[in-house]
Design a protein around this ligand. Structure first.
Ligand code: FMN
Length: 203
């Protein structure tokens, strides 16, 4: 059985954890999975050994990681020939799912998420079968002093926690379970074993 590729790009580590989780989930369904960081990816890399691909990228400054944009543009034709999913990781998606936020601010966050995904798909011209926005994290422990202050301001505006003494994870892991289940449904059924009729059925 060919493995399913999970290729990711991450700046502060959350998308790496998401990719590892997806890999484990796939294995729990008895399918092989290979988790790879897009930075760096070998020049001789090929998608031929894989049955399907899940590509995950986080958003910084309104854009998905550039190594994923590069990868998808380069391998687009091969990606179009296999079942694929795109997982977009952002803080805006945490705003979409924040039940304490006003409907106005959730709608604004949803529009931001959609715009960032639309920009990515327009730039790469890739048409994945599954597109799933996923909430990321505020990794205050990974930011330098200046970035911690900037992110604290962004978090305040987004209604997220401004307690910089600990990291805040917003990822809803069950969203990833759904991505895996939907992708596995797209895999071609294994060639069925040849039918050997029982003796009594032979005419
Ligand atoms: C400098 C910086 C800029 C960010 N810009 C955005 C942004 O424009 N929109 C957004 O929704 N999230 C933004 N985020 C939130 C990240 O997408 C979120 O922290 C995500 O979990 C990062 O994933 P990673 O740890 O895999 O890099 C930003 C985070 C940082 C640190």
């Amino acid at each position: 059985m060919k493995p399913i590729l999970i290729l990711y790009a991450s700046r502060e580590g959350q998308t790496g954890r998401i990719a590892a989780y997806i890999g484990e989930k796939i294995r729990s369904h008895d399918f092989p999975a290979t988790v790879l960081n897009a930075d760096p990816i070998s020049e001789n890399f090929s998608l031929t050994p894989y049955a399907a691909a899940i590509i995950a990228a986080s958003v910084h400054g309104g854009k998905h990681e550039r190594e994923i944009v590069r990868f998808v543009k380069h391998y687009r034709d091969a990606l179009q020939q296999m079942p694929t999913a795109f997982v977009s990781v952002s803080l805006s998606q945490a705003g979409v799912q924040d039940e304490k936020a006003t409907s106005e601010s959730r709608a604004k966050a949803a529009a931001d998420v959609q715009r960032m995904i639309d920009d990515f798909l327009a730039e790469t011209q890739w048409r994945p079968a599954i597109v799933r926005p996923v909430a990321g994290a505020l990794m205050y422990s990974k930011y330098n002093f200046l970035l911690r202050m900037v992110m604290k301001r962004i978090a305040r505006r987004a209604g997220a926690s401004t307690d910089t003494s600990r990291d805040q994870v917003f990822t809803k892991w069950q969203d990833l379970d759904t991505v895996v289940e939907n992708l596995l449904r797209l895999l071609p059924a294994p060639a069925s074993a040849p039918y050997h009729p029982p003796m009594g059925e032979i005419a």
